[in-house]
Design a protein around this ligand. Structure first.
Ligand code: NAP
Length: 316
């Protein structure tokens, strides 16, 4: 167990967590980022075309840049999963899956969302054996093969577009007849010859032997259809896994963390930023901005009554 008490422990190393780390480190706060991975959901995105300053960049490359910048400013990183947090005498204690413990004067929750499951027969059984939640990671396994992508948001459109460059045939299955993704992506997918879009189709089962062999869906008329496929990418959004925070924070009905305008939770010293919070738009650039707000607020919290230099002063 470490005896050290960090000024701030940040949970998560996506755009919000790493931006927060850059800000806290630059304010000379002793900063530790604890995360399962680098980049979170952003790192799983093939091409990012809406992060200002980068016309087109792979999510993993952008995440790597965030990490390098955070480390250069003095942030320490530890790859672990936090499972519990409590506060006693103004100090937070965080426990990990491997029974390590970290202590901190303030904490920023920036651990993002978790992929949603379809909850259909065969899904659990074939996860890692043809069923995947990450096209960027597993797409290359399907060179010249057939894949099914399920979903109708940007992630599914992205996954269909990316896998179409590798696979022989891609089926994009959406449960409605309109996509909720960006028009530019929709146009791109519709113009790609080896992507067939199947609308108004609901997944009923994933079949296989040792690995996936087919995908079964139901259409509006109640008829069942079966597609022979080598792989299935499930890209149906995300859920907030926040139960472990107990009553330290307040929740929305979607289990996101409620925050003030400045990223405070109901517990003094505990802040939250990015996709895991109630913000409407789950975008990398917004998460980065929220991370910087949480960091500045954590700094203010540790300063106590000391006056802060304002970011701007109105003209008299
Ligand atoms: P999303 O926008 O929430 O879309 C989820 C999709 O999955 C929806 O089309 C939804 O259908 C469908 N869905 C949900 N549950 C389902 C179920 N049980 N069975 C079948 N379909 C189901 O999630 P996302 O695509 O992962 O995107 C999350 C956020 O990240 C968004 O804000 C997105 O813009 C952002 N993102 C951006 C980019 C980019 O800019 N390139 C890339 C990836 C993600 P309905 O439409 O019927 O609800």
């Amino acid at each position: 167990m470490e005896d050290k008490i960090y000024d701030v422990v940040i949970i998560g190393a996506g755009p919000s967590g790493l931006t927060a780390a850059i800000y806290t480190s630059r304010r000379a706060m002793e900063t530790l980022v604890v995360s399962k991975d680098i980049g979170g959901q952003m790192a799983l995105t093939d091409d990012i075309g809406n992060y200002p300053g980068f016309e087109l960049i792979a999510g993993l490359d952008l995440a790597q840049k965030f990490k390098t910048q955070a480390e250069k400013t003095g942030t320490k990183l530890d790859f672990k999963e936090i499972v519990s947090i409590n506060k006693e005498d103004k100090i937070f204690t965080l426990k990990t899956t491997d029974n390590s413990e970290f202590k901190a004067k303030s904490v920023i929750l920036a651990f993002g969302l978790t992929p949603r499951n379809l909850e259909v027969p065969g899904e659990k059984e074939f996860t890692g054996r043809g069923v995947s939640y990450c096209a960027t990671c597993d797409g290359p396994l399907y060179k010249d093969k057939t894949v099914v992508v399920v979903g109708g948001g940007n992630s599914a459109l992205d996954a269909a577009e990316y896998t179409s460059k590798l696979a022989k045939q891609v089926y994009l299955i959406h449960r409605r007849d309109t996509f909720r993704g960006e028009q530019v992506l929709i146009d791109q997918v519709k113009a790609t010859k080896n992507i067939e879009i199947i609308y108004d189709a609901v997944t009923s089962e994933i079949k296989g032997d040792t690995t996936v062999s087919s995908y079964v869906y139901k259409t509006k008329d109640g008829k069942k259809h079966e597609l022979t496929t080598d792989g299935i990418f499930i890209e149906v959004g995300h859920v907030a896994k926040t139960d472990w925070l107990g009553d330290l924070v307040e929740y929305t009905d979607r289990k996101e963390i409620k925050i003030s305008r400045d990223c405070e939770t109901k517990t003094p010293g505990l802040f939250a930023a990015g996709d895991i919070t109630e913000i409407t738009y789950k975008q990398a650039v917004i998460s980065a901005g929220e991370g910087s707000k949480a960091a500045l607020q954590a700094y203010k919290f540790l300063q106590g009554d000391k006056p802060l230099a304002p970011d701007w002063t109105p003209k008299k």
